[in-house]
Design a protein around this ligand. Structure first.
Ligand code: GLA
Ligand code: GLA
Length: 686
């Protein structure tokens, strides 16, 4: 069995620590001394340093001073801590903005932004690139062999668009490269609509969203700009530091950037998560599944290695309203949820609360009071102790036989298309609806984009896969023919990569034959209105209830080889199928013509999970708010259990386990208190 890579090569510890800004405290060295004492007490071992420290290294153009960082890294090394050294490009010095206005972004209205905030530099500015490469290269040259250096933390939460002349010209060149000729672009974009036919690339204005393919391409372009910038920074680091892994912190399912492509430029995946679990959140169950969904997405970006929760909050972020404190126990539960989904590090924003600035009241390990005798500090220290006991999980992996396709391009096309975008069938939400049905059954799900290989999965779910990239439909067909089970919903297969509708019937590009139906039209029900759906004999045999309520949208479909498992019982489309099954080759393809709710999804997928012998981490259905993840290394299995339900829960265990935190052997049942969590390991095995 080959060893899975660890986050930091050669470091077999679960990373625990966070964003550390000693550059804000250089005038009070006693605070830094105190930090090192507290780091020990908190059981922290990894710190992101220098994220916004550019002016502390280069106070004036070309005059560098890394003295404080030298001393800090030496001290980190002596303490045995690892540093995730940041490149400081996320916030630019004022002197840079002043001297080179081109580094400042231009907004959609053509206005050059003032020097303010952060995360707002131009992606194209040659000066900004040059200055960033210079500082990144110097950092890499100076610290590449430093024993404290563990990872490169490239920039911070890349985001945003720039509309300056340089970025505009770059967009035009990008379009030229993509289409080759203006005629090909006109054809792809359907520009005869509203007389938009272009005769020159220079005429194209990215703010014109009436051609929805233009908007789609501008999002692709923006992803490419960010990707190019990230590659630029990685290349600057690589001039001197070849072996230390690079990462950049992402933001969950951040809509504007196609993360499935961005991650190609980094060695490992890092995500920032602030779920803000609150006892009186009416959507608590949803929040639990949403967090799991995002974690599985990030796990699957690079399934061959662990990912890193690079930012989370040990307490409450100041920007959540209301600012709810973490309930006792919750901190551990939240961190174990990330680890259960394949993370091997849980870090915080931030180590110590600053005295000023917009984040002075953001939760941190060390409060303004300055000592360790706070509830939050104790919770963090308790987690530090718990992570030491969890070291056996290092190198284990989550395995899934179910894949759910979450695709940025499909989402963009859906959200750009009038007529579907406001149906409340929001792309991400619908994906989470389906994902949640599996999570409630403790079934592990890979969340992947549509470009990925499907072979190897037993079941593939395609919620609203509105846009089909070339080859995707053929891959789905092959998957089914060879024995796989595919499930698609309404709004699958409407458009090609230029957001042009497929002709010849939906779902297009050959999927009508795969699902054995034709989706003729879709009725969008008024909020609060439902249509009754009656389950057929075939459907009842699949364990479904006799009737359900359709909400949201009702697609009117005609079978072309598929059998109805449920039909609409009302309205003019009464008797037409609401749910179908089609046999194709050795597999089956199901089509959900409408949304029948969480209970339906759970019953429907439970049956498929049983039929396909997809493993569940625990038997039966989990109570709302309870989450379970499974990781395994060889024969050894680890179950991560969290109770976010706000009430005690009793879980029945499927075998012989020991509690990894207490060391106790467990019986058939395990009681988890409200906000309780633990990790249990199968007994036997190594
Ligand atoms: C108006 C316009 C048409 C078309 C329709 C759509 O009537 O004149 O060009 O946009 O709205 O409803
Ligand atoms: C983001 C940023 C951090 C900090 C936190 C606050 O994740 O990356 O610098 O601003 O938000 O929650």
């Amino acid at each position: 069995m080959s060893e899975r890579p660890t986050l930091i090569p050669g470091c077999r510890r679960i990373l625990h620590g966070g964003d550390y800004n000693p550059d804000q405290w250089l005038g009070t060295p006693e605070i830094l001394d105190e930090d090192f004492r507290l780091m020990e007490l908190a059981g922290c071992n990894a710190f992101s340093v220098g994220i916004f420290a550019w002016t502390s290294y280069e106070r004036e153009e070309g005059r560098y001073d890394f003295g404080w960082l030298d001393r800090l890294l030496d001290r980190m090394a002596r303490a045995g801590h690892r540093v995730m050294l940041a490149t400081p490009s996320g916030a630019k010095p004022a002197w840079l903005s002043q001297k080179y206005p081109e580094v400042r972004r231009v907004d959609r209205h053509g206005r050059r932004e003032p020097h303010a905030g952060r995360h707002n530099h131009c992606w194209s500015s040659p000066i900004y690139r040059e200055k960033v490469a210079e500082i990144d290269t110097r950092l890499a040259e100076r610290y590449h062999a430093h024993p404290a250096l563990g990872l490169w933390h490239v920039s911070n939460e890349y985001s945003g668009e720039c509309y300056c002349d340089l970025c505009l010209a770059s967009f035009h060149r990008w379009l030229e490269a993509r289409y080759g000729s203006i005629e090909a672009l006109n054809e792809a974009w359907w520009t005869s609509f509203w007389s938009h036919t272009f005769t020159d690339f220079e005429q194209i204005d990215p703010r014109d969203r009436s051609i929805d393919a233009l908007g789609l391409d501008h999002r692709r372009f923006n992803t490419d700009q960010v990707l190019d910038f990230l590659r630029w920074e990685v290349a600057a680091i690589r001039r001197h530091s070849r072996d230390v892994p690079c990462t950049t912190n992402l933001m969950g399912t951040f809509a504007p950037i196609d993360y499935s492509r961005l991650v190609s430029a980094v060695d490992l995946v890092a995500d920032d998560q602030y779920p803000g679990y609150s006892p009186d959140d009416p959507m608590l169950e949803r929040t639990v599944r949403r967090v799991s969904f995002k974690s599985d997405l990030h796990r699957c970006f690079k399934p061959e290695r662990p990912w890193l929760l690079l930012e989370s909050c040990p307490d409450a972020p100041q920007w959540k309203h209301p600012v709810r404190l973490k309930r006792p126990g919750l901190h551990q539960a939240e961190m174990l949820q990330a680890l259960g989904h394949g993370a091997e590090g849980t870090c915080y924003f931030q180590w110590r609360k600053g005295r000023g600035g917009g984040e002075k009241l953001h939760g941190a390990v060390v409060d303004h009071v300055g000592h360790e005798h706070t509830r939050v500090f104790r919770d963090v220290a308790a987690l530090g102790a718990c992570l030491n006991k969890l070291e056996p999980i290092i190198g284990s992996e989550a395995r899934a036989r179910v894949a759910l396709v979450f695709d940025w391009e499909a989402r963009w096309a859906f959200e750009a298309s009038e007529g579907v975008k406001s149906t409340r069938q929001e792309y991400e939400e619908v994906c989470i609806d389906h994902y949640s049905a599996f999570a409630r059954q403790a079934v592990s799900v890979d969340v992947i984009d549509s470009g990925r290989d499907l072979s190897g999965y037993a079941l593939v779910v395609l919620p609203q896969l509105f846009l089909l990239r070339p080859g995707v439909a053929a891959r789905i067909a092959r998957f089914v023919e060879q024995g796989g089970v595919a499930v698609a919903t309404y709004y699958t297969g409407y458009v090609d990569p230029s957001n042009r509708c497929f002709t010849g019937g939906f779902p297009g590009d050959g999927l009508m034959d795969v699902f054995g139906i034709w989706n003729e039209e879709t009725d969008w029900l008024t909020d609060g209105v439902a249509r009754r759906v009656a389950v057929t004999e075939d459907g009842l045999r699949r364990g479904l209830e006799p009737s359900y309520e359709a909400q949201g949208v009702c697609a009117v479909v005609h079978p072309r080889g598929a059998r109805p498992l449920a039909v609409y019982a009302e309205d003019f489309f009464r008797g037409t199928p609401a749910l179908t099954e089609h046999r194709l080759g050795r597999g089956r393809a199901f089509y959900q013509a409408t949304a029948l709710g969480g209970e339906f999804l759970r019953a429907f997928y439970a049956q498929l999970v049983d039929e396909l012998s997809v493993p569940r981490a625990l038997g039966g259905e989990l109570p709302p708010g309870v989450a379970v993840q499974r990781r395994a290394r060889g024969e050894r299995e680890f179950l991560f259990l969290q109770n976010f339900s706000g009430a005690a829960q009793r879980l029945t265990l499927p075998g012989a386990y020991a509690d990894l935190l207490s060391g106790d052997a467990l019986g058939q049942a395990l009681e988890l208190p409200a906000w309780g969590s633990t990790v249990i390991a199968s007994r036997g095995g190594s």
